[in-house]
Design a protein around this ligand. Structure first.
Ligand code: IYR
Length: 222
């Protein structure tokens, strides 16, 4: 990142007519609410360039002091996906056998998950998002701020961008995730944040019929 930028520039902003604002808000909402977490992927490849554009959109997210404390590792290589599947399943097998609480198991029942994670191998690509606890410039350690919030916002942008491009995603968070740092050879300042399989849903893919809270349950007006 160049640090030669300085000062302020005019904001590029077009004020929309109220009807147009409402139309766009309605359209965007209608589009986003159709996003579902997908666990059954076709192996069909994605169009060239789409992932890069979606990652560029994600990397435009706001972040603490504009430190942009993220890396997006794209894994397409089948051997690496297979390796990651086995590593993920090893962790998840332990999670489902030993670490999960009775309440947690009950809460996951409607989603129908288990330790088996074929999608890590079957999806044509994985985007593994890393959070940088601090920056590194030469031998200097540079402070980063609000990294969890910053990377969370970037992942939100990424999921929305991929969905807008017609690409299905899953937000997978194997716990613990340190094996991803090791297997993907990330530097010491990076922590795995999320593993996102991306692709097209498998033919006949089904998703759990999960309710969403109504607007009245989530929106408070004071
Ligand atoms: N990481 C496990 C368990 C899991 C936890 C939550 I919270 C979910 O919403 C879904 C799954 C898994 O991926 O199976």
């Amino acid at each position: 990142m160049s640090d030669s930028h300085s000062g302020f520039v005019p904001l590029l902003h077009v004020r929309l007519a109220p009807e147009e604002a409402l139309r766009r808000a309605r359209e965007f909402c209608a589009e986003l609410v159709t996003r579902r977490s997908v666990r059954h992927f076709s192996s069909d490849p994605l169009p060239d360039g789409v992932l890069d554009l979606c990652i560029a959109a994600a990397a435009s997210a706001p972040s603490g002091a504009n430190k942009q404390p993220w890396s997006f590792v794209v894994v397409k290589d089948p051997a690496t996906r297979q390796l990651l599947r086995h590593a993920v399943e090893e962790e998840e097998r332990r999670f489902y056998a030993e670490r999960i609480s009775a309440q947690w198991r009950e809460d996951l029942r409607p989603i129908g998950t288990s330790w088996e994670k074929p999608y890590v191998e079957e999806a044509p690509a994985l985007i593994v998002v890393f959070r940088q606890t601090h920056g590194v410039e030469g031998d200097r350690r540079m402070a980063h701020y609000y990294t969890q919030e910053s990377v969370g916002i970037a992942v939100g942008f990424l999921l929305a961008a991929l969905h807008h491009a017609g690409i299905a995603t899953l937000t997978h968070t194997p716990a613990p995730m340190q094996f991803l740092e090791r297997l993907l050879q990330r530097p010491a300042n990076e922590r795995a944040f999320m593993l996102i399989p991306v692709g097209y849903p498998a033919e006949g893919c089904r998703v759990p019929n999960l309710p969403r809270k109504s607007l009245d349950e989530v929106r408070v007006v004071r």
